[in-house]
Design a binder for this molecule. Structure first.
Ligand SMILES: NC(=O)c1ccc[n+]([C@@H]2O[C@H](COP(=O)([O-])OP(=O)(O)OC[C@H]3O[C@@H](n4cnc5c(N)ncnc54)[C@H](O)[C@@H]3O)[C@@H](O)[C@H]2O)c1
Length: 416
């Protein structure tokens, strides 16, 4: 089965990874404050935690925080392409059992998750549910004693909810994604900014005046739409949910079906968590030079099979940007092979926003350790006390002071 220790692309990148880690840590003030409160009691002493998260500089801050609190840490990426190799090397040097490198095959990716599970973690921290699904359904791990898990993203929540619905859930799972201090900021502001970052790094074209089609007006879509509008794009939204479509319309975006948007768009960004959002038919009706990016968790939103396998010619014209020549010499540009563009073509979310998500993660891990005996095998919300604490810490870190209800106001607000 799995090798112990670590497996990374090039351990010599560790020094570069350390500098990147330090930059992120410096800007993750809330997480540092949370650590200040926990350091002395070392609540993770003797616990092995398995992490399946994008191996970025921000994640390295969480992993080393868990180690500092006493945990043995094993980690693999939440996506075959999202690893920052210098960070993986730095983590390996820092004593983390890390199995991660950029550009993995599906087989290598699965093997890395298995390597983490072979450390017999009692807590799992997942992003997209690949590790939780393996822990549930791969016979090699049927004897694994897991006290509880957390899930970081919307797509992972849908999958783990399906396991719960089927009555197969083996341990409690805290849905970190649904904490207010997670999805309102990470999904929206984090993905909004890092998607624009990826577009600029990969294409470096003018966004102002371009027709940008955003598929899905959830937390991620709202962020991407707002940031693109901020750069002067003409944003078009496609949706399947009538309420969210209405919201996008009243927020001032053009709303239409993808079949219509496909002919109008110059840049497309899928943010739905669904499959088959941009199909072969849509792609064939696009104008020459259209750019396609996906920031939903899995590479199923755009028909990449058609683009990469059926095009007359595919060539990488810029790092992470494939030119696919389809019918009649028309070219469509696919970013990051349809994988999470903001993580593959850029560095993922900025540290400040990940500090909020990861404070929720750290406090949820501790909550599971203290309370797993009382928690049902079900999906659980992040306790409100944690959510509020993270919001207070974030405000304090940004130097923002707010009012408190007076006693009179509290009484007024709760009287009939
Ligand atoms: N790239 C990142 O760093 C990052 C960060 C957070 C979340 N995510 C992922 O992004 C995806 C969206 O997350 P979210 O939090 O915005 O979810 P969400 O549920 O809030 O929003 C998704 C929206 O897409 C809409 N939708 C579904 N199918 C559609 C279709 N065929 N056409 C148009 N719209 C459709 C839904 O109605 C919904 O409004 C998920 O896969 C999530 O895991 C990625």
């Amino acid at each position: 089965m799995a090798s112990r220790g670590y497996r990374v692309r090039d351990i010599r990148l560790a020094a570069q990874g350390r500098r990147s880690h330090e930059w992120a840590r410096e800007h993750m003030v809330i997480l540092n404050n949370t650590m200040g409160r926990l350091r002395r009691s070392r609540p993770l002493r003797g616990v092995t935690v398995g992490f399946c998260l994008h191996i970025t500089k921000e994640t390295s801050v969480l992993l080393l925080a868990a180690r500092e609190l006493g945990a043995t840490v094993a980690a693999c990426p939440g996506n075959p392409m999202s690893t920052q190799d210098d960070i993986a090397a730095f983590l390996a040097k820092s004593g983390v059992h890390v199995y991660a490198w950029a550009g993995q095959t599906q087989k290598e990716y699965d093997a890395c998750i298995a390597s983490v599970l072979s450390h017999r973690p009692s807590i799992l921290v997942d992003d997209g549910a690949d590790m939780n699904v393996m822990a549930h359904f791969d016979r090699r791990f049927s004897g694994l004693k897991v006290l509880g898990a957390t899930e970081e993203t919307t797509a992972g929540v849908s999958r783990i909810r399906a396991v719960e619905r089927a009555g197969r859930l083996r341990y409690p799972v805290i849905v970190v994604n649904d904490a207010h201090t997670k999805h309102l900021f990470d999904n929206r502001h984090g993905t909004g900014q890092s998607t624009v970052d990826a577009l600029l790094r990969s294409a470096n074209l003018l966004v102002a005046s371009k027709a940008v089609v955003v598929a899905g007006y959830g937390w991620v879509g709202r962020g991407v739409a707002a940031r693109c509008r901020g750069l002067g794009a003409r944003v078009i939204v496609t949706e399947t949910d009538p309420v969210r479509a209405l919201e996008a319309h009243m927020d001032g975006y053009e709303v239409m079906r993808m079949a219509d948007a496909a002919r109008r768009g110059e840049i497309f960004v899928t943010c739905t968590g669904q499959t088959g959002v941009i199909t072969k038919g849509h792609i064939e009706s696009m104008r020459d030079g259209a750019i396609l990016a996906n920031v939903g968790h899995f590479d199923v939103e755009i028909d990449t099979r058609f683009l990469l396998k059926k095009s007359h010619r595919v060539r990488e014209v810029r790092p992470g940007m494939d030119e696919c020549t389809i019918r009649r010499g028309r070219r469509v540009y696919l970013m990051a092979r349809g994988r999470l563009a903001n993580l593959v073509a850029a560095e993922g979310h900025p540290p400040e926003v990940m500090a909020q998500s990861f404070s929720n993660q750290l406090l949820s891990i501790i909550h599971i350790l203290k309370n797993h005996g009382k928690m049902e095998r079900a999906l659980h919300r992040v306790p409100e006390s944690i959510d509020v604490q993270v919001a207070r810490d974030a405000l304090a870190a940004m130097g923002v002071r707010i009012d408190r209800l007076t006693r009179e106001q509290a009484a007024y607000g709760s009287s009939w």
